[in-house]
Design a protein around this ligand. Structure first.
Ligand code: GDP
Ligand code: MG
Length: 171
């Protein structure tokens, strides 16, 4: 896709989440179809990437912003859940999700479209939140939920396609 690729409508998308959940990798997977292993981009991140997707024969341009560093104020909590197990870890992760939602409601437009992604679905052995818990949480807040893997690519394209569809339909 060229820089001046044709589009009918454009939206800004932000990837929010705590450090190391895979925001940058999900974006790189979506944009370039590749997985960046290792930690070298973790501290840097990227600014944004554009990608045009088709929804009902309409070209929807997504300007997807990565975030890095903004998560720092939650680093204390993060240290806790890195070592936590089972129910305790689940509780902390859910609290973090609620904190992000509060932030969104404070800073985003009222008609913001929100979607919850559970990334690293390929790491089955280290799973903390069950698929059912993720779905229940999303349902509670009325947002769609998908489990993705930047590593295998599963659901990454579908997730952005779903966001684009919802944005197009609401606008
Ligand atoms: P960010 O801080 O949220 O941007 O996280 P990164 O995208 O930098 O990823 C943090 C670490 O998790 C890196 O070592 C990635 O290689 C790894 N990672 C990201 N996504 C996945 C995934 O879907 N599966 C696995 N196994 N590792 C991932
Ligand atoms: Mg990052």
């Amino acid at each position: 896709a060229s820089v001046n690729e044709y589009f009918d409508i454009a939206f800004k998308v932000m990837l929010l989440g705590d450090s190391a959940v895979g925001k940058t990798c999900v974006l790189v997977r979506f944009k370039d179809g590749a997985f960046l292993g290792g930690n070298f981009i973790a501290t840097v991140g990227i600014d944004f990437r554009n990608k045009v997707v088709t929804v009902d024969n309409m070209k929807v341009k997504l300007q997807i912003w990565d975030t890095a560093g903004q998560e720092r104020f939650r680093s204390v909590t993060h240290a806790y859940y890195r070592d936590a197990q089972g129910k305790y870890a689940t509780f902390i992760l859910l609290s973090l999700f609620k904190a992000w939602l509060t932030e969104i409601s404070e800073y985003a437009k009222k008609d913001v479209v929100i979607m919850l992604l559970g990334n690293k679905s390929d790491m089955a052995a280290e799973r903390v939140i069950t698929h059912e818990e993720g779905e229940k949480l999303a349902k509670e807040y009325g947002v769609p939920f998908m489990e993705t893997s930047a590593k295998t690519g599963v659901n990454v394209e579908l997730a952005f396609q779903a966001i684009a569809r919802e944005l197009k339909h609401r606008n």
